[in-house]
Ligand binder design. Structure first.
Ligand code: ARG
Length: 422
């Protein structure tokens, strides 16, 4: 017996034939629209009857009844079928039919063969993990990594070509203070600095950042020097670029240890710095499309039709002329569309960035529509924050982030103890 892999499309086809068999008017135009149902309604529901019947001045419930009666007997044996509301048809698989399906698709190979057609020939970018460099990964970074990897594997399983893209934050304002502190430590005691950097490089850069940060807080002159270091870096100063590269190399090596532990391998790591020379085109594009306007020296995008984004600006160039998270993310969408020919991009970022994603996607929609380009399907796969018992983002007792490295090590030790005990 042939058991269809995709039950929803099987039902869809059966309802379409039923429309013909029942002699419904204009049957060829009937689209059953079978979708996965909310659990309380059953397994699948056909939503298309209502619209079809209304447009032809038919009674939707009577139409639904005719359709159900015209379904093949085998289907009526396999499902509990109920007509709900004004004309929805709900389908719930009977246990025996479910068991038959599970038996027919019980192995990885049969499942893969069935699923592989779903996203065949499609290119998906999965944007996940994406920590900022110069800092160690902490507990808050775990979920994006795990969820993003799970989504990637499901997409591969469904036949898609997947680019796992680690959009690291490697071009932030943190580098001004960090470079200032690095140079100061180097001047004070070069051999001590080199020794610590050789032993635990990322920990040392993290410590240096804190030194730079509190010094800049305490002394405006330090803040100015740190800003000047950042400007030099952005202008391509060789020494500062060298330090910056070193920091990123060290950071990526530390991230890689964790990715190896989690079984994650990125296809590309194109962080914010990669898009640095691509933002000018963004300013030009959005200005030409009439989307971006100057406001208090910054370049911003408003969305007049939106309840919040009509007044809450999407800043794409800061008032000091610098690029930011929004400009690089817009350049990223363009690059993914042009370079990867992406059909879709999934952003696995926590829900605190929901506004950013909505403004980003809305801006891209209008921009691409204006140009007549095909915009990849964009989705924010949002997740919540890992919190402690106080409901605040989880920290150690001393108020520090829990390092992912230590968390994973502890999980391993505890799991080992548990298994050994058994
Ligand atoms: N680096 C960012 C952060 O730590 C996440 C980047 C997510 N990806 C993106 N395309 N915006 O918050």
């Amino acid at each position: 017996m042939h058991v269809p892999f995709n039950l929803a499309s099987d039902l869809d086809a059966a309802l379409q034939s039923a429309a013909v068999a029942a002699g419904l008017a204009d049957a060829a135009a009937f689209a059953p629209e079978v979708r996965t149902a909310e659990a309380r309604h059953g397994d699948f529901q056909a939503n298309g009857v209502l619209g079809y019947a209304k447009a032809r001045k038919l009674n939707p419930r009577a139409t639904a009844e005719k359709l159900v009666a015209a379904l093949p007997a085998t289907l009526r044996d396999d499902y509990n079928i109920a007509i709900a509301g004004p004309g929805f048809i709900n389908f719930t698989l009977k246990p025996a039919a479910l068991l038959t399906w599970l038996r027919a698709h019980a192995t990885r190979d049969t499942l893969a063969a069935g699923a592989a057609s779903a996203k065949k020939d499609q290119t998906w970018v999965v944007d996940y993990s994406a920590p900022n460099t110069a800092k160690q990964m902490h507990v808050g970074h775990l979920r994006s990594a795990v969820i993003g990897e799970a989504i990637s594997r499901l997409l591969v399983f469904s036949g898609a070509r997947v680019f796992r893209d680690n959009h690291i934050g490697d071009w932030g304002t943190q580098f001004g203070k960090l470079i200032w502190a690095y140079k100061k430590a180097l001047a004070a005691d070069p051999s001590a600095l080199h020794a610590t950097l050789a032993r635990e490089p990322l920990e040392e850069f993290e410590r240096l950042y804190k030194v730079g940060n509190s010094a800049a807080d305490a002394d405006p002159a330090v803040l100015d020097t740190a800003r000047a270091e950042l400007v030099k870096l952005q202008a391509g100063d060789a020494e500062n670029l060298g330090i910056w590269k070193h920091i990123n190399t060290v950071s990526l090596a530390a991230f890689q240890v964790i990715y190896d532990q989690l079984g994650i391998q990125f296809d590309v790591t194109l962080g914010e710095s990669f898009y640095n020379d691509k933002v000018d085109r963004i300013y030009r594009e959005l200005t030409e499309c009439g989307l971006a306007v100057e406001s208090q020296d910054a370049l911003v995008v408003f969305h007049p039709e939106h309840p919040r984004f009509a007044t809450q600006p999407f800043i794409i160039r800061k008032s000091d002329g610098a690029a930011n998270y929004a400009s690089t993310d817009l350049a990223t969408i363009l690059y993914r569309a042009e370079h990867f020919k992406a059909d879709a991009a999934i952003y696995v970022i926590d829900s605190r960035q929901t506004d950013h994603c909505q403004q980003l996607f809305l801006t891209a929609q209008k921009w691409f529509a204006h140009r007549g380009w095909k915009l990849p399907y964009l989705e924010h796969a949002a997740f919540g924050t890992v919190t402690g018992e106080d409901g605040k983002p989880l920290k150690t007792r001393s108020g520090e982030h829990i390092r992912l490295k230590e968390l994973l090590a502890e999980a391993e030790t505890r799991a080992f103890a548990l298994v050994s005990e058994k």
